[in-house]
Design a protein around this ligand. Structure first.
Ligand code: HEM
Length: 415
């Protein structure tokens, strides 16, 4: 296949991508930074084994308007826009108000994230620190647009992981004991920053010719993400990336990525509009396994933070395996569990300071995700999932064991 159709196919379909729904939305354009302010860490670098500080400072972060506070005014405008987008999508698709993006979930599966005992010492911070062995998790697989459409339609795909029972002060208060990791199947999001993300959305709302023109004139910052929107065979057959950067402890920035532990060929019929869910259901008859990797920032040029559209090349920053996400055989398809899954809220700011989101695109998400959640039915903090495997009868007199299974009360999951 020549390169052009591969590029133009997704571009021509962008009217379906949900971003075309933005016609009614005014975009607040944040002026380009005149002077970028670099914030240096206050203290000398910590050794990899030092506990992260309670408030990880903005290591290597550059505020576009000079300070976090000044930026926030622009982000509040983005938050208003996402709610207008949700309303517009609801009306134009004749569907209930739902997530501004990633409206269609293929399912929420429960399992565990188990830390790899031989993980790189430089990765042992936060939830990957030596003190931990692993965590109960919920994983939500999704399509990218903010409404439900057939899976064969060109779109981004999402994998959102919620660790349960995570102690420590959270960066936002709406969930007490979770740590979320959000990924899509593109190593770079659209745009270097949230301003470009929103400008792309605005341009796209004016129609396909403008969108094509916009994307083709931005081969570095827009095309890489757009060309990843081809239909996929299976949620197990693709790799997922964080796109933006995150702290890993006070003085290291990382991106993260995940893919199935072993490649498997899956070729479901795409006639089924929900074939990605059907395929997932079929695959979940047996345990599913994903490896979770981090990439360490190497330097500001090849692995930048503020420019999210710059892919961190694994030849420069290798993918270091830190954990396995194991989802035991399960049926996740009950109506109750689907309702629970729809109600969940994943947010990169559901985080302890050791994993604080970094970069303009991530700082904007603190405002936008909360606005999207508040505008739909959602926001439920789940209880720690119960191991699906049969468990012995609880002995009320027994002391709770150490480890992730004993985190919080093992109250049944919300479904
Ligand atoms: C930087 C790369 C990004 C990645 C990897 C990413 C990934 C995701 C994923 C996986 C979800 C689905 C979460 C779930 O299953 O509930 C999601 C939801 C969402 N994303 Fe992003 N996203 C990115 C950037 C952005 C940006 C820049 C914006 C807007 C400024 C945005 C707006 C949203 C919204 C509004 C939701 C729905 C939130 C809710 O209602 O719960 N995302 N994102």
């Amino acid at each position: 296949m020549s390169v052009l159709p591969r590029i133009l196919g997704p571009l021509l379909s962008l009217g379906l991508s949900g971003l075309g729904a933005l016609g009614c939305v005014r975009v607040h354009v944040v002026p380009a930074p005149s002077a970028v302010q670099s914030v240096a860490p206050e203290d000398a670098p910590l050794s990899p084994y030092d506990a992260p500080r309670p408030r990880a400072e903005s290591m290597n972060t550059e505020y576009y308007l000079g300070s976090e506070v000044d930026e926030a005014a622009g982000f509040k405008s983005f938050a208003q826009q996402i709610q207008a987008i949700q309303d517009h999508q609801s009306a134009s698709q004749d569907q209930p108000v739902q997530r501004g993006f990633h409206g269609k979930g293929h399912g929420c599966l429960q399992g565990t994230m188990t830390l790899l005992p031989d993980r790189d010492p430089r990765t042992r911070f936060g939830v990957f620190a030596d003190a931990h062995e692993g965590w109960p998790v919920w994983v939500r697989f999704s399509n990218g647009v903010g409404w439900k459409q057939a899976d064969r339609t060109l779109d981004a795909r999402g994998m959102a992981v919620k660790l349960m029972g995570v102690p420590g002060e959270k960066l936002i208060a709406d969930e007490a004991a979770t740590q979320d990791f959000l990924m899509t199947n593109s190593p770079a999001p659209v745009g270097r920053n949230a301003e470009e993300f929103m400008r792309f959305a605005h341009t796209n709302s004016r129609g396909k010719p403008q969108t094509i023109g916009y994307a083709l004139t931005r081969p570095r910052t827009v095309l890489p993400a757009v060309t990843k929107t081809n239909a996929v065979d299976s949620m197990l057959a693709i790799q997922y990336w964080s796109g933006g950067a995150y702290h890993l402890g006070a003085h290291q920035a990382v991106k993260f990525t995940s893919r199935a532990c072993e490649a498997s060929e899956r070729t479901p019929s795409r006639k089924d509009p929900d074939y990605l869910r059907t395929d997932l259901q079929d695959a979940a008859q047996e345990e599913l396994c994903f490896t979770f990797f981090v990439q360490l920032q190497v330097d500001a040029k090849r692995t930048p933070i503020e420019d999210a559209a710059r892919v961190w090349d694994p030849s420069v920053s290798p993918e270091l395996p830190v954990a396995e996400i194991r989802l035991p055989a399960q049926d996740f398809t009950s109506a109750e569990q689907d309702g629970f899954c729809d109600a969940l809220s994943f947010n990169p700011w559901h985080s302890i300071s050791a994993h604080q989101p970094m970069g303009h695109i991530n700082r904007a998400r603190r405002f936008v995700y909360e606005a999207s959640r508040a505008h739909r039915d959602g926001g439920l903090e789940p209880q720690a999932p119960v191991e699906p495997a049969a468990e012995p009868e609880a002995d009320p007199a027994a002391e709770p064991e150490e480890g992730p299974e004993a985190i919080e009360d093992t109250a049944p999951p919300a479904p």
